[in-house]
Write a protein that binds this ligand. Structure first.
Ligand SMILES: Cc1cc2nc3c(=O)[nH]c(=O)nc-3n(C[C@H](O)[C@H](O)[C@H](O)COP(=O)(O)O)c2cc1C
Length: 186
């Protein structure tokens, strides 16, 4: 038996999603927020998209900066994801309060997050509205990956990194590396 609903209250059936910290620096302001709604958009050119509600402080900041960084977190940094995703820069300096360590980007002005195992430097290519969220599509100009976290083909080393996954409603989980399979069709 399957339950069928047409009145959607919470639209999160497709979770788990990996959690990234997304943010930017514009003039003297720097801020990041947790982001689960993100996606690759194109290989050539390399485009990556993040969906940010108009209500977020980060929305204004990326719009002004015309650039952003996307920083993927490991399960060990779950507390930081919860803090950056449940507190707003409208009310506090989150970077100071939660002692977020920043590192310089190489191409853009906005910093990356030191704790991330991989970060993308993105130049804003386009903003498109989709209902209550805007899609910020960025061209990926540089990737910072922590040593030995990916194989030569860019596959995550799950023995070294446990990616942080979000289930919604403040529930987080990670993967079981023993479940790894390399499956190719005959
Ligand atoms: C795990 C997690 C994932 C989230 N993903 C998104 C997202 O994809 N898009 C979004 O607009 N808000 C998302 N949020 C909510 C924002 O992170 C949250 O509203 C944050 O306080 C915004 O901060 P700001 O106002 O400083 O930008 C998420 C929150 C959590 C906890």
């Amino acid at each position: 038996m399957k339950k069928i609903s047409s009145q959607l209250k919470k639209f999160q059936y497709f979770y788990p999603y990996t959690v990234a910290l997304v943010g930017a620096r514009s003039e003297a302001q720097t801020n990041f927020m947790s982001c689960a709604w993100h996606t690759a958009l194109s290989f050539e050119p390399p485009l990556f998209g993040v969906l940010v509600s108009k209500k977020r402080f980060t929305h204004q900041l990326i719009s002004k900066a015309r650039e952003f960084t996307v920083n993927f977190l490991a399960f060990q940094t779950v507390k930081l994801a919860a803090q950056m995703g449940r507190r707003s820069a409208y009310d506090m300096d989150k970077l100071k309060e939660f002692q977020v360590k920043l590192a310089p980007s190489t191409v853009i002005q906005s910093p990356v997050i030191e704790e991330a195992y991989v970060s993308f430097e993105c130049k804003l290519a386009e903003i498109r509205a989709f209902g209550d969220h805007d899609l910020f599509a960025g061209e990926v100009l540089a990737v910072h990956e922590r040593e030995k976290c990916f194989n030569v083909e860019g596959v995550l080393n799950v023995r070294k990194i446990s990616p942080l996954l979000y289930l919604g409603n403040d529930f987080y989980i990670t993967i079981n590396p023993d479940a790894l399979q390399h499956v190719v069709p005959d």
